[in-house]
Design a protein around this ligand. Structure first.
Ligand code: GRF
Length: 190
């Protein structure tokens, strides 16, 4: 499996995937990491892990479609066959999805279809639910929709803050994302 990562922020899921590959828990290669935010910590991780990185700053593109076309070019240049959205904070368009049909995975910090979209953990806390979690799914056009590959449940504790709950969810994200990538390759072909 030749993976291309898309990240906007910390990149801890990116690193968990790199770690799973290094441990031989996931048979794959990381071809490239695309990021849109010049200050993303994910860029430092790519340097430390020795993985090529490409900055595509969304502010320098005239539309979502033009940005996505540039992402497609980078992924193709690096022979990527599966795209992994690991904390990619931009809405993607058909330009990306049609170039990699059923070959784009995303992770979301809730048990979809509950709490899709931005600020999912804030809204989870506000709703007062007692169980939440994370979901890995195939990306379709509607945000945080598409076939679900894997989920993990996480309890919401009485004194949870955004930070403590996010941390508990992220440890499950790091566990399931590499497994979901392997499962996707089996279920949806290589
Ligand atoms: C994760 O919590 C993921 O669910 C959401 O963005 C966050 C990315 O975290 N889509 P990181 O950049 O992988 O640390």
């Amino acid at each position: 499996l030749k993976l291309g990562i898309m990240a906007s922020g910390s990149g801890s899921n990116f690193e968990a995937i790199a770690q799973a590959i290094a441990n031989h828990d996931l048979l794959a290669q990381l071809q490239v990491m695309v990021y849109n935010n010049p200050t993303a910590k994910a860029a430092e991780r790519a340097d430390r892990l020795g993985i090529p990185k490409v900055l595509l700053n969304h502010r320098e593109f005239s539309s979502r479609e033009v940005l996505d076309a540039a992402i497609v070019d980078v992924m193709r240049d690096h022979q990527v066959d599966w795209i992994i959205m690991a904390g990619w904070m931009r809405v993607v368009t058909n330009v990306l999805i049609e170039a990699f049909p059923r070959r784009i995975l995303n992770i979301h910090p809730s048990l979809l279809p509950s709490f899709p979209g931005a600020n999912a953990i804030e809204r989870t806390l506000a709703a007062g639910v007692k169980i939440t979690g994370c979901t890995v799914h195939i990306v379709e056009l509607e945000v945080d929709s598409g076939p679900i590959l894997m989920q993990a449940a996480v309890p919401v504790l009485p004194d949870d803050t955004l930070e403590t709950l996010h941390q508990r969810i992220q440890s499950q994200e790091h566990r399931i994302f590499p497994r979901a990538i392997a499962l996707a390759a089996v279920q949806f072909g290589d």
